[in-house]
Design a protein around this ligand. Structure first.
Ligand SMILES: [Ca+2]
Ligand SMILES: [Ca+2]
Ligand SMILES: [Ca+2]
Length: 133
């Protein structure tokens, strides 16, 4: 006779960030909510032990970017300016969510974001003293 034995999963696997480290370049004029990157991760456990939560844990100066905790999609959170901050070095973390949060496991890695220059500054020092036209 078959006895229903369910193998209980224990949280013995770390989540793994699959596509980091990564470099991306976006326009300094990218509007708020623009797509920056889709961070992918996997976890060999099942259920809560593989339920993943994403975060930006360092380098997010002035909260310029945000990450969707569930999908791992990074978007622009504030207007950017290459002349002020030309690049960001974000530390992305992913963690699993076991029933006992004290045994959660994580992974960290870098997402480098470079801002591409746009011609958004007037050449004020070269401005002719008299209007020519
Ligand atoms: Ca796990
Ligand atoms: Ca600018
Ligand atoms: Ca510029």
């Amino acid at each position: 006779m078959l006895v229903g034995i369910r193998v209980l999963d224990i949280n013995d696997n770390d989540p793994v960030l699959l596509n980091l480290p990564m470099n991306v370049t976006i326009s300094e004029n990218s509007p708020v909510s623009s797509f920056v990157a889709h961070i992918l991760a996997s976890d060999a456990d099942s259920g809560c032990n593989a339920l993943l939560t994403f975060n930006i844990t360092a380098g997010n100066r002035e909260r310029a970017f945000s990450i969707n905790a569930t999908t791992g999609i990074v978007t622009v959170n504030r207007p950017l300016d290459r002349e002020r901050i030309p690049e960001y070095k974000l530390t992305i973390s992913v963690k699993d969510n076991p029933e006992n949060p004290r045994i959660a496991r994580r992974d960290f890695d870098l997402l480098l974001i470079f801002l591409a220059d746009e011609n958004d500054n007037h050449p004020s020092s070269l401005r002719a003293p008299t209007r020519q036209r």
